[in-house]
Write a protein that binds this ligand. Structure first.
Ligand code: GDP
Length: 477
């Protein structure tokens, strides 16, 4: 008799039932409370009554089914709700999941959650649903982190990058690198097993070539972090310059222009303030520093120190000066000094108050010549030249706008560090191969590289790292 076999994955071991509000706090049209885990169908049965079907059982419901009904606690009706059923393994966590959609008032939502807790669910920890999705193999760690990044994305570009990572392109690339490393490792370990016979399963020339090619791939990813970080976190831009150059005026003008203020972090007036705006899809984090000058006054002095600290970490320095000043030689030497001191930051000189100088364009030319910097003539007070300045700012983060769809962009410090470590291990391995060193040492370095790459996708990961990652999520995600 002909037999057919269907391959099925082993059932997911469901963890204890958890519940959380999945939508933002506050009043809204609708809100969602979700539960996941062992025994949730039984818990839900106690609090939900399906309309027109008093004998309804969730345990008999098919997956992806919505049931209209009402929710009750011991005191009576809470709300009319829709219960959406996902059966394991076809849910986000891969466990049994129900999402209750109720009316969006904060009190209603709290009652819906409470009755589920009363009947046996535990309140979910931040990111616990996503953590379960990772632990059950639904997504890898990189994708889990991308979900967090997507939720917190402030700019279109950060959002796009997160969405792409969520789809797993970078994960696939890393996985293929891991497989190649594993292959080389396996051959070397085979050699170790046969060490007495002095055989070489892995030709050293070929191994060296393979390691060089892997190293190159790693390096490409490592290099992408510079732009990846800018896309995700925004371009840290510092407005520097002497007091009265017009820094606050410029900050207000830029923010007014863009109308997309997404955060506000006021410091003291002598400290600095940070505001964000989005221009051409790129997030700029703009800091107005305290006036840069020597001062005897203690608080102001502290402000100046902080300004310099900010400048030293900036991606982009916007040096503002009053171009109507009689003598600009002091500013010119200060700009040159800045360039020497902060060689990693990109720099734009904004020659302000062009409305006050009749020979403004000659002054701009002169500044360009004398400093070798990009110089843009503006009048912050009159709103002149700001378009040009914004354009220059966007072009300074070169190519960033073209990276929005970049699928293999490293945006997280954790991934960047793991890649650097993997690259160092490969470097070591190559030196050992080239120096004709023993198999054991080479295999050791390759194993290390393998583990570092595995850390990114979560193939090799400690409880501690998981805690750090998921703590940053909100409850309900
Ligand atoms: P900050 O100390 O660098 O923050 O400078 P402020 O933004 O407080 O500006 C100092 C003074 O310069 C204020 O009186 C501003 O109104 C004035 N100011 C700023 N920008 C311009 C400009 O483009 N043209 C003119 N005429 N005055 C300006």
């Amino acid at each position: 008799m002909k037999q057919t076999t269907t391959e099925t994955a082993p059932p997911i071991e469901q963890a204890e039932p958890i519940a959380a509000i999945a939508t933002p706090v506050g009043a809204g049209a609708l809100a969602v409370v979700r539960i996941s885990g062992r025994g949730i169908f039984e818990i839900a049965r106690k609090v939900f009554r399906k309309q027109g079907d008093p004998a309804f059982l969730f345990s008999r419901s098919k997956g992806y089914r919505a049931h209209f009904g009402s929710m009750h606690d011991r005191e009576g009706l809470i709300d009319e709700v829709i219960a959406l059923v996902f059966r394991s393994p076809n849910s986000f966590t891969m466990e049994d999941v129900i999402e209750f959609t109720c009316h969006g008032g904060p009190v209603v939502v709290k009652h819906v959650l409470q009755v589920l807790l009363d009947e046996g669910c535990r309140l979910a920890e931040p990111g616990e649903f996503t953590r379960r999705a990772f632990l059950n193999g639904r997504i890898d760690l990189l994708q889990a982190e991308a979900i967090g990044e997507m939720i917190h994305a402030l700019s279109e570009s950060a959002f796009r990058t997160a969405v792409t990572q969520m789809q797993g392109t970078l994960s696939k690339r890393l996985e293929s690198m891991r497989e190649r490393l594993l292959h080389s490792c396996a051959l070397l370990e085979l050699e170790l097993d046969f060490s007495e016979e002095d055989v070489e399963f892995q030709n050293r020339g070929e191994l060296d070539e393979e390691l060089a090619s892997l190293h190159e791939e790693l390096q490409r990813l490592i290099d992408s972090y510079r732009n990846g970080r800018l896309l995700k976190e925004g371009v840290a831009t510092v407005i520097a310059g002497k007091p009265n150059a017009g820094k606050s005026t410029l900050l207000n003008a830029l923010l007014g222009e863009e109308r997309a203020i997404v955060s506000h972090t006021p410091g003291t007036t002598r400290d600095y303030i940070e505001e964000c705006f989005i221009h051409e899809k790129t997030l700029f984090r703009l800091t107005d520093t305290a006036g840069l000058r020597e001062t005897a006054e203690e608080i102001e002095h502290e402000g100046v120190i902080r300004s310099y600290r900010k400048i030293s970490r900036a991606d982009l320095i916007l040096y503002l000066l009053d171009s109507s000043e009689e003598n600009l030689s002091g500013e010119i030497s200060r700009i040159r000094q800045f360039r020497d001191e902060y060689p990693d930051a990109r720099m734009i000189v904004a020659a302000n108050k062009t409305d006050l100088a009749a020979d403004a364009s000659e002054r701009v030319q002169m500044l360009r010549r004398e400093t070798g910097c990009e110089v843009c003539g503006i009048s912050a007070a009159k709103g002149r030249g700001l378009e040009g300045l914004l354009h220059l700012m966007a072009s300074m983060v070169e190519g960033l706008d073209k990276l929005h769809d970049a699928s293999e962009l490293v945006t997280s410090l954790r991934h960047y560090e793991a890649l650097r470590n993997a690259s160092d291990s490969l470097d070591n391995a190559r030196l050992l191969v080239e120096g004709g060193e023993g198999t054991e040492l080479i295999a050791f370095e390759l194993r290390a590289a393998l583990d570092y790459v595995g850390e990114i996708t979560g193939k090799v990961v400690s409880e501690e790292i998981l805690n750090v990652i998921f703590e940053r999520f909100c409850i309900g995600k």
